[in-house]
Ligand binder design. Sequence first.
Ligand SMILES: Nc1ncnc2c1ncn2[C@@H]1O[C@H](COP(=O)(O)OP(=O)(O)OP(=O)(O)O)[C@@H](O)[C@H]1O
Ligand SMILES: [Mg+2]
Length: 370
Amino acid sequence: MYIINLSVKNIRIIKDLHLSDTKRVNFILGQNAQGKSSILEAMYILATSKSNRTFKDKEFININEDICEIKANVKREKRPDCEIEIVIDKNHKKAFFIDNAKKTKIKDVIGELNCVIFSEEDIEMIKDEPQSRRNFMNLEISQMFPLYTEEYANYKRTLLQRNNTLKDIKNNIRPSYDILDILDLQLSIYGAKLLIRRKKFIEEIAPLSSEIYNIISDKVGDFSLKYSPNPNIDITDEISTQRALFEQISAKRETDLRLGTTNVGPHRDDLEIKINNLPVKNYGSQGEGKSAAFAIKMAEINIIKNITGEYPVVLLDDLMSELDYDRREKTMKIAGENCQIFITTTHLDKLDYNPEDTSIYYIKEGSLLK
Ligand SMILES: Nc1ncnc2c1ncn2[C@@H]1O[C@H](COP(=O)(O)OP(=O)(O)OP(=O)(O)O)[C@@H](O)[C@H]1O
Ligand SMILES: [Mg+2]
């Protein structure tokens, strides 16, 4: 899958920018704060409808504008080429167009363009609170299984309703145990779907990440990635998982009522990332954290290929400054072996690249330098 044209309007510092003549390898070159990361962010938004840097759409829309627009022509092997467009306004309204035909549901758009991004946020994900690792799973799984977006939204909505009901009962506002019974059941039905999808995703990605980690790290580290579901139940088929989750939700009801919130379910689960049997979160060096994050993200390339039949577009944000020459070469090779890649950097140095296969774009104050 290749992006052959990209146009970005009103994303952060960028007012109106067009990338054409993209090649397999594309360097986006410029000084700090010129809009390099914003170009990758725009591609990621086009692929997923969400930013990799913020939850708040209004943060990535140019501060002086009310509406932003991203458009790309995508060349695909397994499906016809297409033009994808997304328009987002400050009131969180999103409009999607595939070949100029309006699509109303996000799930009809996600997956048309697949992007794997590696940026600072991924490195932070390793050390941050569990929430950011759950965000990682949510963003990545929804790209591969567009239906997950709906499943996740159903779970979140039910969780909110249940928490409100718990609070109402706790505060004697509208004590309704009947509603709580229904919500317990619904939460277990939607929750089981998330547990199953997340487990499958991590199980697929884990061996690949470990392989990639070994290639890029100097010494062969014993890298492991594991899903820590909440509750810690056997996740098998949907019915058994739903029953087991329901039991755990029921068992925690008294505590939930006392605290006015739901204490068990996939909204509390996490990932366990270890090197030599020690959690990277607590023990890892900075370099190990970076390599671990990179390995996890790059493993996705192959998963996406397995699911969709096509390699995604790879976006590497400031990879150069994070790694030494040897690792840069290895990571570039891993990322760019089969995929189109876009790499932001403040400087190009002796990195090997083939000019025939490469475009270099210079960016200043949000615009391309001719
Ligand atoms: N909503 C917004 N409206 C206008 N400008 C914004 C908005 N959000 C961020 N900016 C500005 O956009 C500029 C470019 O940000 P970006 O992160 O793309 O730069 P960069 O070239 O990747 O820099 P670096 O090399 O430091 O990573 C920053 O100066 C930032 O202050
Ligand atoms: Mg940047």
